[in-house]
Write a protein that binds this ligand. Sequence first.
Ligand SMILES: [Zn+2]
Length: 438
Amino acid sequence: MERVELIVTGEYVVVDPARPWIENGAIAVNHGRIVSVGKSGGIMGRFEAERVLSRPHGLIIPGLINAHTHASMVLFRGLADDLPLKTWLEDHIFPAEAHLTPQLVSLGAELACAEMIRSGTTGFVDMYLFEDQVASVVDRVGLRGWLGEGVFDFPSPAFASGEEALSETQRLFDKWRGHERVTITVDPHTPYTCAPGLLKRCLEVSRRNDMMMVIHLAETDWENGEIKRRYGASPVRHLENLGLLGDWLLATHCVSVGHRDISILARHDVRIAHCPESNMKLGSGIAPVPAFIEEGITVCLGTDGAASNNDLDLLGEMDTAAKLPKGINRDPTLLSSVEALQMSTSWAAEALHRSSDLGTLEEGKYADFAVIDLDKVHLRPCYNPVSQVVYAAGAGDVQDVAVAGRLLMEDGRLVTIDEKGLMERLSKETVYFKGRVK
Ligand SMILES: [Zn+2]
């Protein structure tokens, strides 16, 4: 018998959404990686584990990756709803963010991590302020993070200028370099909040250190018109003219794009983070995801911040992402449940250049997984576990979550976060905070 650290057995294992699932399956984990996946009988007969997590009603899936969020914005959940993006951002969110401190960002990030773990998420892409605080929280709670300090032309609550935010980006890159779970990215906010010179400086830092870049791109028709007015090109072509497009760029939203823009994004192998619920809530429109996929673009899925969603639940987001193109195009064959789950797992890993070690439960990859408890009235019968994950399961159905084989949630209890203490701190801090925002 070979010795391993952990075996997890379940009713089903979805190794890769695009491949047939395993019934009565199991994964064997050693040194944080999957050493074998197959039928439970075979795994139990071949390995002796220090620990066996037996989940007879469990559906084991690859850990979900939230490809776009602003984690600490959970602090502003429900602060300003039902407003257009520009009003929401400039009249409500920016003034509220002026009161942010590193401590509040840390508190918000921890709350967000608790919510993401509870909904089966094992990694997230984050753009925010005081990002070093977010990195420390990610380090402590055991998730994976692709984290970037927001860069703007104007002073942010954290930095006096875009150049200072870029220096911080370089400092963060040097500080966290080599960390197994924290990856620093370069995050210019948008083409309309960063002038061409600053965007080029972001590109320099990104290429010098081989870092990914994250930007909000073509989120609204207003942005499209504004960039055309300023620079005589669509936001996509504007970035192409500046040399920013490449496989290093994760472009978020891409709602207001034409056929030509889509071809340009595909030609440069730009990756797209689709945030359907945020786009719907802010009335921005709906990104043409089937056209992206048709063009061969790697598309992944994000919740965006909780102030425009208003939750960080990727299970709910997949449901929305799969149904939206069907409804608006009157075609139920568009965006299958398999594709929705790929957007949150294998395609997200591909978008982040990590398909060699993340995104599926294949041998050799990190044991980042979630177990969904199928022993619920709304999850029976189960004919197709992928359909169940995308169309029927919710955050409350997640039972266990692990990153690199380390359990962050076990049988519904968070292991690395003191949830009670967190809620107590939150209620104290938001009382303080409530008195300081409009
Ligand atoms: Zn965003």
